[in-house]
Write a protein of this length. Structure first.
Lengths: 251, 123
């Protein structure tokens, strides 16, 4: 107990000191709303010149698409390493048959709302991915909505329902296709004599669904990658939860 | 006076979130709690980035239904915030996976009860 008290006191003193330093630093920051935005002043005309209504998407998938490529592979690498860490070991596989996949202990109101929201949530996810260049959202956000929406099936039904609508092998492939798709769309620019990741497709009309050229394609690739990575991760975490629970039953 | 306070307050909120997260990490009794606190520390950077991008009388940087001459907030910091969130999510997943491994190997997720590899081998 005294050890805990000591660590709290030490942390409290450290945090207080850091807080005082931060407050002193804050006093020298520019006033809120008066910050000069040289990059915004250039990014907005650049996005409009390529008929991308959502400037954030344009920054991510056109102006600094190369950074987003790296970001996508950070996500890919993190997902793969988490999957590696979460794989079942031999002694755990033996207990697999004993893990119980019974109906979840939830209120019937949760069941009802979960089933009612499943289809609309998936639609919203697809909408957010597809309209990434036109309205707020994009591949990252839409992918997260899609992956979490799918898990309403687990909340509303049980693990078996989720397993049926979520074939892990399919999402394995989809994750790789999404990651590779981003690179391939970038490489496609080379075939028309432009540098890697150039937005070479016709850009259409501002605020149309089919506008912004390759930004749309990048959004779809990223949406696929993010949704599959999240689904795979959650699948492994759920697997582990069942292993841990199944192991607890033994002892 | 009030105006000046409101100018500093948003930055102070970011600093507050950062410090609360740091305090949580330092005094934590569970690695899951540490991971949540780390996410909290990271969300202070989202706040700071978005506040730097904010400007008076500006709307969202999406020109679907506003004039192309409208004043908008900085889209570049918003894109950076998106990157920040994605990386944060990936790191959180990885850390939680490590926590599960720890729970399985050592039977505890209390940072104070961690054993070194040597101790584990001696058993």
């Amino acid at each position: 107990m005294s050890r805990q008290l000591a660590s709290r006191t030490l942390a409290g003193v450290g945090v207080l000191g850091a807080g005082v330093l931060l407050l002193l630093a804050l006093a020298d920051l520019p006033r809120l709303g008066d910050v000069p935005h040289p990059y915004a002043a250039r990014a907005v005309p650049a996005a409009l010149s390529r008929d991308t209504a959502n400037v954030v998407s344009s920054v991510n998938f056109d102006l600094r698409a190369f950074d987003t490529l790296g970001e996508e592979f950070v996500l890919f690498a993190a997902a793969v390493s988490a999957l590696l860490l979460l794989r079942r070991f031999r002694d755990e596989e033996e207990r697999e048959g004993e893990a119980s996949f019974g109906p979840r202990d939830v209120w019937s109101a949760v069941n009802l709302v979960g089933f009612a929201l499943l289809a609309p949530t998936m639609m919203v996810g697809l909408y957010v991915v597809a309209h990434g260049a036109v309205s707020p959202g994009g591949g990252f956000q839409g992918g997260a909505v899609l992956a979490t929406g799918l898990h309403l099936a687990y909340l509303a039904g049980d693990y078996r329902v989720l397993r049926r609508i979520r074939p892990v092998a399919v999402f394995d492939v989809a994750e790789a296709v999404g990651a590779a798709g981003f690179v391939l769309v970038g490489v496609s620019a080379l075939f028309v004599g432009e540098p890697f990741l150039t937005n070479w497709l016709p850009t259409g009309t501002l605020a149309d669904l089919a506008s912004a050229g390759t930004v749309e394609l990048f959004n779809v690739a990223v949406g696929m990658e993010v949704a599959s990575a999240l689904v795979l991760l959650l699948a492994k975490f759920l697997d582990q939860a069942l292993v841990v629970r199944g192991g607890g039953d033994d002892g | 006076m009030m105006g000046e306070l409101l100018d500093v307050l948003p930055y102070a909120v970011a600093a507050w979130v950062l410090l609360v997260g740091c305090y949580g990490i330092a005094t934590s009794r569970s690695f899951i709690h540490v991971v949540v606190c780390l996410s909290l520390v990271q969300s202070s950077t989202y706040l700071l980035l978005l506040m730097i991008g904010w400007s008076h009388d500006a709307t969202a940087p999406v020109f679907a239904d506003v004039s192309t001459h409208a004043r908008v907030v900085d889209p570049v910091v918003q894109a950076l915030t998106l990157t920040d969130i994605v990386v944060g999510g990936a790191v959180t997943a990885l850390l939680l996976a490590l926590t599960i491994q720890l729970a399985k190997r050592q039977g505890s997720i209390d940072p104070d009860r961690l054993r070194s590899l040597e101790e584990e081998l001696e058993e």
